[in-house]
Design a protein around this ligand. Structure first.
Ligand SMILES: Nc1nc2c(ncn2[C@@H]2O[C@H](COP(=O)(O)OP(=O)(O)O)[C@@H](O)[C@H]2O)c(=O)[nH]1
Ligand SMILES: [Mg+2]
Length: 339
């Protein structure tokens, strides 16, 4: 067998990854991505070293220029603040970061790949989307613990799960582009509510100003971020009602990512948003919502796992067969299994 070596023990792998060994970091990320008890022990051991990175989510419709913008933000940061290291997590199978794009875009991103201060990871999109959201936040934690100071998460703003992923960031950038149709894409996708910063990319194209105007109108109509959209159970406990005074108003910025134009302004807005969150109660509120979502996810996973371990595969299979044959209803079946 070619691959008969047993996998490296987690504690040793964590040590090497945190010391800057990139291969160890890649392997640790894969093991954490796979989830389970092993992932949890790794995450528990690195947890004290997390919470230091600035996490920026970048989302929007396909083709708006998210990957290009992410790589330009990374490049700009590395050029102007070389002490800041950058992690990129792409949750997009067509991303140039995963080698899935046209050649020109891959070449543009090649400079990043040779920079030791940049670590790029594409998430495997196998498994359920709920699992993907969990895996993505776990991978971000590993990069945070490994010392990456700015972490950029690219997601395609298509559904609730991608929005959930973006929401785990400190700052969410929603990317629009002119000419994708009359309507602003974010409104259709319902992602305007989570935007801290709106970027109209492809400002070299016609129709930029009308897109910018449309976004301003939407913000004025009260489509600005409402505090919580997550449908969890614990999040209601985490969010006391809040008076909407001196709330952050998402700026609307224009960029031409493909020509590295407007990037400094985007980073300036990210810095301002970070300052806002640290000075405003909303910052703490967000941290509580994140903690609630995180705890709830872990509780759900561990409760189900505990129960399955306890019941055992035979009893479970038998019950599934009975429900399938309509010999018992699923409600009573669940009650029996829980009893
Ligand atoms: N004209 C123009 N094209 C851009 C700009 N930014 C990105 N693109 C191109 O738009 C396409 C989609 O970009 P990509 O970053 O992959 O978009 P994503 O799907 O949102 O990640 C690529 O061919 C980019 O080269 C821009 O500012 N202007
Ligand atoms: Mg992309």
């Amino acid at each position: 067998m070619a691959n008969s070596k047993p996998p490296e023990a987690i504690p040793a792998l964590v040590d090497r990854a945190l010391q800057g060994d990139r291969r160890a970091l890649s392997r640790l990320i894969s093991r954490v991505e796979n989830g389970g008890a092993e992932a949890w022990s790794a995450l528990a051991s690195i947890y004290p070293r997390t919470g230091r990175a600035q996490i920026v989510g970048v989302t929007g419709a396909p083709g708006t220029g998210k990957s290009t913008l992410v790589s330009e933000i990374a490049k700009y940061t590395r050029q102007h603040q070389p002490a800041i290291t950058v992690g990129i997590v792409a949750v997009d199978p067509t991303s140039p970061f995963s080698g899935g794009a046209v050649l020109g875009d891959r070449i543009r991103m090649r400079d990043l790949a040779g920079d030791a201060g940049v670590f790029i990871r594409s998430m495997a999109t196998r498994g359920s989307l709920g699992g993907l959201a969990r895996a993505t936040t776990d991978v971000v934690k590993v990069l945070d613990a490994a010392g990456f100071q700015l972490i950029l998460i690219e997601t395609v703003g298509a559904g609730q799960s991608e929005i959930d992923i973006a929401r785990t960031a400190d700052t969410v950038i929603v990317v629009e582009a002119p000419g994708l149709g009359d309507e602003v894409q974010a409104i259709k996708a319902g992602i305007l509510e989570i935007a801290d910063i709106l970027v109209v990319n492809k400002a070299d194209r016609d129709g930029v100003q009308s897109t910018v105007n449309a976004l301003h109108t939407m913000i004025d109509l009260g489509k600005a971020p409402t505090s919580v959209l997550h449908h969890g159970q614990l999040t209601t406990l985490a969010t006391p009602p809040q008076v909407a005074t001196d709330r952050w108003r998402p700026p609307v910025l224009k960029t031409i990512a493909a020509e590295s134009t407007g990037i400094a302004e985007v980073l300036e807005a990210v810095t301002q948003h970070r300052a806002y969150l640290s000075a405003h109660p909303e910052g703490q509120q967000r941290a509580r919502v994140r903690a609630a979502i995180e705890l709830e996810t872990i509780l759900r996973e561990s409760l189900v796992q505990q129960l399955l371990d306890h019941i055992g595969p035979e009893a479970l299979t038998r019950t599934i067969d009975q429900v399938a044959a309509r010999a018992i209803d699923p409600y009573s079946a669940a009650k029996q299994l829980l009893a």
